[in-house]
Design a protein. Structure first.
Length: 368
């Protein structure tokens, strides 16, 4: 015991150890001084420069996340798996219940494989071409029930929608156009047939996976703005941003508000805005999610002509600038003139599909 204490004491008083510690302390002191000197010599940034620097760091961080997510979302090497969805010949309520039962069985078995494992599961034998098409439908059928009454709305729809196009869906009331929009966007799903949206077969996704699909892949604009009244325009848009998945083409909130022409109104509350401004904020909220597809259900229906044209101009700019696929349903046939593709729905089927080689500008169409 005595010998050990003596050695420890002599080590502490050893001249070599004292010199070594002194060198370490001097290095630390010099490092601190150097760091302090560097900070002192840095020029003071202006408020705008600090904001730009902060935005650049956020963009860099977002791109890193985007690359990581893109690797997880790679759909290029998937293999098609065809599963049997037997044809149901029964009619009425009994036939409907049989179809729903079959669908639930397949959904329970394959939903996770589709959304999580990225498998291609088809009930029709068709493989989606995700390089060319945003949406593909094969034999899509949809029934609704009201008590004992069963009504077929979609009657075997086959449809392909190209990526990065502006699509206008038209049709009389009761034609099935809204049901079609809901089915390709994941708000609802068909009863049978395949609906591939950005490569995922929505027909076989369970409700929780449909929610995840909508959150990560698509945005919505409705006739009603549905803004949160206690949040500013910017905060409403950030609700969408918080649900987003980063991509390499992700837009910042500032870029989005610049696109919709409301950069100076970002701190306004909904009650301080006109109807057209509120609709533009709803577009900002949808864009903040960085959607691959942007859906609009009568997005100009509650607006006057001036604001309606402005909203259409914004949607076209989104399509052209960010290569987003934009799909809208409208009752106004004049709006079809701005679309790259016009889909006419009648009696639950695609009555006509027209590709427009020379779409008009919103300022060039009639509004009456």
């Amino acid at each position: 015991m005595t010998s050990t204490n003596s050695n420890n004491g002599s080590d502490k008083n050893n001249p070599d150890n004292i010199k070594s510690k002194a060198k370490v302390n001097n290095k630390k002191a010099n490092a601190k001084k150097s760091k302090k000197d560097n900070v002192e010599w840095l020029p003071e940034l202006t408020k705008d420069e600090r904001a730009a620097e902060k935005q650049a760091r956020a963009k860099e961080k977002m791109l890193a996340k985007a690359k990581k997510y893109a690797a997880k979302k790679d759909l290029s090497n998937r293999v098609l798996k065809v599963v049997d969805f037997p044809e149901v010949n029964e009619t009425g309520l009994k036939g409907y219940k049989t179809r729903i039962k079959l669908q639930k069985q397949l959904t329970s078995k394959y939903s996770k494989d589709i959304l999580v494992n990225k498998d291609i599961i088809s009930t029709t034998g068709n493989q989606p071409d995700t390089n060319k098409y945003a949406i593909e439908l094969y034999g899509a059928k949809k029934w609704y029930t009201n008590g004992d009454m069963v009504t077929q709305i979609l009657k075997g729809v086959d449809l392909k929608i190209e990526k990065s196009k502006f699509i206008v869906i038209l049709g009389p009331s009761g034609s099935g156009k809204t049901t079609l929009l809901n089915s390709i966007s994941g708000l609802d799903k068909v009863t049978s047939g395949d609906v591939f949206s950005v490569g995922y077969n929505l027909t076989l996704l369970k409700d929780s996976h449909l929610t995840k699909f909508r959150r990560e892949n698509v945005g919505f604009i409705f006739q009603q703005y549905n803004l949160l009244s206690n949040l500013t325009a910017r905060e409403n848009a950030e609700v969408g941003e918080n649900l987003s998945v980063p991509t390499e083409n992700s837009m910042s909130i500032e870029e989005i508000f610049e696109t919709i022409g409301m950069k100076e109104q970002m701190n306004k509350y909904p009650h301080q805005m006109s109807g057209g401004q509120q609709q533009r904020v709803s577009i900002a909220r949808a864009l903040a999610k960085n959607p691959e597809i942007l859906f609009g259900d009568e997005p100009t229906g509650a607006l006057d002509e001036e604001m309606g044209r402005k909203v259409l101009e914004i949607l076209l700019e989104v399509k052209n600038r960010f290569k987003t696929t934009v799909i809208i349903v409208t009752h106004n046939p004049n709006i079809a003139e701005i679309g790259d593709t016009v889909i006419h729905v009648r009696n639950g089927l695609i009555d006509q599909l027209t590709n427009n080689p020379n779409p008009k500008k919103p300022s060039e169409i009639d509004w009456s």
